[in-house]
Design a binder for this molecule. Structure first.
Ligand code: BG6
Length: 487
């Protein structure tokens, strides 16, 4: 694997303590991500200690890790890179207690030297987060440490406040990195570049020019092994109060005074403070047919696997502009888009039947898929006699720049940032508590779930929610593929 130049990663060797080391996220993202960072030479040196409920030993953990890489690491794995990685793995079952964890950490630290730093990664559900923090406290692993916490951070305002308070008893706020992997995606950061590095769009980025905004993240995947976790969580807590609102924060915030963590968090938090409470009447909750038959799911379950809602940011920039958010499992397509619909011109001189406005308003669309894409669609004249209009578009795809191979996977990028102590792309306690506050009314009186067919776009009432507008997805015109002739 190509090695990165020194100085890009953290300065000091890292001891990573990974709670939830045999879980789904660790297998799919964290272990492959750590392997990539280690094999590519981002870290001066490292040791990784897996911790979980499974009563296995280091050899079995290493074998499971190798299996996870075989399934989820999509680059070649060189034997010597793997051997170097495997040699640095250790495992402590939770049942062995804090003393065993402390001993494993001491062994790891002794083998890589005095100046190492600790990175604790809690890849555990909200119900287990506190006990993991306490175990770290009992093991005395607070000093020289950073702790990465996975969402959802609590399940409502009261539990988030309680969790933050309890974590603060062991770790100081500057040691805590609340991760939201959507913010580690290149296209999400590109929203900031696009908005603030160019003069063209910022002047029209407000209620005078923008009619409404859609943040739409349908997924085709179901729940796999995760139904027991999901049954307690649902689409709102799993996706909206976390990823979709964070993206909304980037899309809607004022220009920060600098690209430093504090000014960025402050601007995002101002957006969250300006949000009006989510009204249950502005929400459609859905559940796909068949969810209740899945293992670990209550046959009477009211957990939503789909949610669509309308929300408002009541500040000078955005007052009156509806933001429509949608996400769900087992839907027709997997997409992640932000679509900004501009206001229509005040008056049209085009003759009836010319086609102006017939295909919705002009739009700017960001595709947050790993290889980022953008499209600006507008009405233009169809060649030939008379005045017939068509929807045309300017499109950009990162793939065409030849730089797409340099993209770090979102978790890799964020793990590296946490190791370097950079909070820019992480969430603050205040921001999260504010988002729970905005959600209280909905969590207290959720509308009933409506069934939808797997492979569809959700319950029918999603169309009423957005009327008189329409969901951009499914796209009427596919993204242009520059490799196809005639495109
Ligand atoms: C996770 C959610 O945080 O994000 C999952 O728990 C969801 O339910 C996933 O599928 C989507 O992330 P990505 O990066 O695969 O789009």
């Amino acid at each position: 694997m190509a090695k990165v130049p020194p100085g890009v990663g953290p300065r000091f060797p890292q001891v990573v303590v990974l709670f939830g080391a045999t879980g789904d996220l660790a297998k799919r993202k964290l272990l492959p991500g750590l392997y990539h960072l280690c094999a590519a030479g981002f870290l001066p040196d490292y040791r990784i200690i897996g911790v979980s409920l499974d009563d296995i030993d280091t050899a079995a953990f290493s074998a499971r890790t190798r299996e996870a890489l075989a399934q989820h690491f999509n680059r070649p794995i060189a034997d010597d890179d793997w051997a170097a990685f495997a040699e640095r793995l250790a495992y402590v079952p939770l049942s062995a207690g804090a003393a065993a964890l402390a001993a494993a950490a001491a062994r790891a630290e002794a083998s890589i030297g005095q100046d190492s730093q600790r990175l604790h990664y809690l890849s555990v559900p909200p119900s287990a987060a506190l006990s993991a923090v306490r175990t770290l406290g009992e093991a005395g692993l607070m000093a020289n440490a950073r702790i990465v916490m996975e969402k959802p951070f609590g399940t409502d305002l009261a539990s988030a406040v309680k969790l933050n308070r309890a974590v603060h008893e062991v770790f100081a706020e500057e040691q805590i990195f609340r991760i939201d992997h959507f913010l580690g995606k290149e296209p999400a950061q590109n929203i900031l570049a696009f908005r603030f590095a160019n003069g063209l769009f910022e002047p029209i980025w407000n209620r005078n020019f923008i009619d409404h905004v859609q943040i739409d993240v349908p997924e085709t995947l179901g729940l796999g092994q995760r139904s027991a976790f999901y049954e307690q969580t649902g689409a709102y807590r799993d996706m909206v109060v976390t990823h979709l609102f964070q993206i909304l924060g980037f899309m809607a915030m004022e220009p920060p005074t600098s690209l430093e963590p504090q000014p960025i968090s402050e601007e995002k938090n101002k957006v969250f403070r300006s949000m009006l409470p989510i009204e249950p009447g502005d929400v459609v909750r859905g559940q796909y047919n068949g969810y209740r038959d899945e293992p670990g799911v209550d046959p009477q379950s009211e957990t939503e696997t789909f949610i669509a809602l309308k929300c408002f940011i009541d500040n000078w920039r955005w007052a009156g502009v509806p933001f429509f958010l949608r996400t769900g499992k087992r839907m027709a397509e997997g997409q992640r888009i932000i679509s900004i619909a501009f206001r229509e011109p005040p008056k049209s001189m085009f003759p009836p039947g010319s086609g102006v406005g017939a295909q919705g308003p002009d739009h700017l669309t960001f595709d947050l898929a790993d290889a980022s894409k953008m499209s600006l669609s507008f009405y233009g004249k169809r060649p030939g006699p008379g005045m017939r209009l068509d929807k045309l578009s300017l499109q950009f795809a990162m793939r065409d720049t030849g730089l797409a191979g340099e993209v770090l996977e979102a978790y890799e990028r964020l793990i590296l940032d946490a190791m370097r102590g950079d909070h820019t792309l992480f969430c603050t306690a205040e921001g999260i508590e504010q988002l729970w506050q905005v959600s209280t009314k909905l969590l207290e009186s959720p509308p009933p779930v409506r069934l939808y067919e797997p492979g569809s776009w959700g319950p029918k009432s999603v169309h009423q929610l957005i009327a008189p507008h329409a969901w951009r997805l499914p796209f009427e015109r596919a993204w242009r593929n520059p490799n196809q002739s005639g495109a």
